[in-house]
Structures are given as C-alpha cells and as structure tokens.
Design a protein around this ligand. Structure first.
Ligand SMILES: Cc1cc2nc3c(=O)[nH]c(=O)nc-3n(C[C@H](O)[C@H](O)[C@H](O)COP(=O)(O)O)c2cc1C
Length: 190
C-alpha cells in the first residue's frame, strides 16, 4: 500500500510541510510506503482547456504533471496539503487539481478505470493566518471535488487557523499530534 503526500506550499519547511511530514510519518508507522511530492519544485503548466484529454484521457501538455499522473493513479491514499491563499489553495496546488481534468475525463467521459476496485481515501491538511469561520470553505470544496474527480473518497481533514509565520505550527498545542493521527487513521481506514 502506498500513500502519496502532495505539498502545495511554495515555501520549504512551511507550516503545511511540517504537518504533511507528520501525517506521512503516521502513515509510515502504520506500515505503508509513503512518498512526498513538492509541487513548487515541479514544472506544471495550468490547464489550457483544449480538451485533448477527452479523446484518450491523456493531457497533451508534456511537463512534470505526466509523472505525477502516474503517482496519483498508483497511490492507494492521498494526503493533499496546501495553505490558504486568498480563501483557496495555492496556485501551485490548484494547477495540479486543474490538470486532473484528464483523470476526470478518463473516468467520466471515457469510462476508464472501472477495473480499479480499491477504496482510495484522501485527507486534506491546511493552515491559514486568520480565524474566520469560513476560512477553509473554498479550499475544502475544491479538494472534495478534486478527490471525487479522481476516484478518491474525502475522509477527513486537519484545518488550523491563526498560523502565519514560518514554522509557527511547531508551537501549536495539538496540530502535530493530530496530523500524525490523521495519517495513521487514513491507512487504518478510520
Ligand atoms: C499570497 C498569500 C495569500 C494569503 N491569503 C490568506 C487568506 O486568504 N487567509 C488567511 O487566513 N491567510 C492567508 N495567507 C497566509 C497564509 O495562509 C499563512 O501564512 C500560512 O501559515 C502559510 O502556510 P505555509 O507556511 O504552509 O506556507 C496568505 C498568504 C499568502 C502568501
């Protein structure tokens, strides 16, 4: 079994990456292989809306997303992590989501992938600086629809308000433990 972690913050050692690492540690300790992808290190064009993917399920843009498609299809479970930028996920993370229109097309236009009977689950990790009630609403909707499009069940999240400075999450009383447990529970099917 394999868990894929997608790190959507453009800064390294970010609050998001710290939480993602904890979640992946939890998954690893629960006995599975894990892999982390740093989206900001990849060359991923935004979707160009040319619908080449509707023909055969493949995106015609040849960039680092091609390798990420394979990883997304192979993964049994996914941890998607992005801080809040303007009430949504980062543009780096959103480019990945939008390019997954090709995977949506495979399933919903071309009827591909029906032989895959795995129950794949995904969780979302996010942080934001402010504390408003609706802070994560937009991002959660995006990630829910993203998971649904690629055949992954949204099975939980860790959303932490009031986090702004780099590494500030380290001082949070519960977030690191919660992230670890989120990763463990993802693997254990809780
Ligand atoms: C371009 C940009 C937009 C942001 N927009 C929001 C926002 O809409 N709401 C919010 O609470 N924080 C916002 N923030 C703050 C980040 O969410 C916050 O600093 C977070 O801790 C960064 O996470 P990271 O360390 O994982 O990158 C924004 C930061 C940047 C750079």
């Amino acid at each position: 079994m394999k868990v894929l972690g997608i790190m959507g913050s453009p800064r390294r050692d970010s609050n998001t990456e710290i939480l993602l690492d904890k979640a992946l540690e939890g998954a690893r300790e629960a006995g599975v292989e894990v892999e982390k992808v740093l989206v900001s290190k990849l060359k991923i064009s935004p979707c160009l809306e040319i619908y080449a993917c509707f023909k055969d399920g493949n995106c015609s843009i040849k960039d680092d997303m091609q390798a990420l498609y394979d990883k997304l299809l192979e993964a049994d479970h996914i941890v998607f992590a992005s801080p809040i930028f303007f009430y949504g996920i980062t543009s780096q993370a959103k480019a990945v989501v939008d390019r997954c229109q090709a995977l949506w097309a495979r399933r919903h236009v071309l009827g591909m992938g029906k032989e895959d009977r795995r129950v794949r689950r995904g969780v979302f990790i996010s942080v934001g600086a402010t504390r408003g009630e609706k802070l994560f609403d937009g991002a959660v909707l995006t990630v829910k629809y993203f998971f649904d499009a690629i055949g992954v069940k949204y099975s939980g999240d860790l959303l932490i308000r009031g986090i702004d400075d780099k590494g500030q999450i380290q001082d949070h009383p519960t977030a690191l433990e919660d992230a670890f447990r989120l990763g463990q529970d993802l693997v254990r099917g809780k």
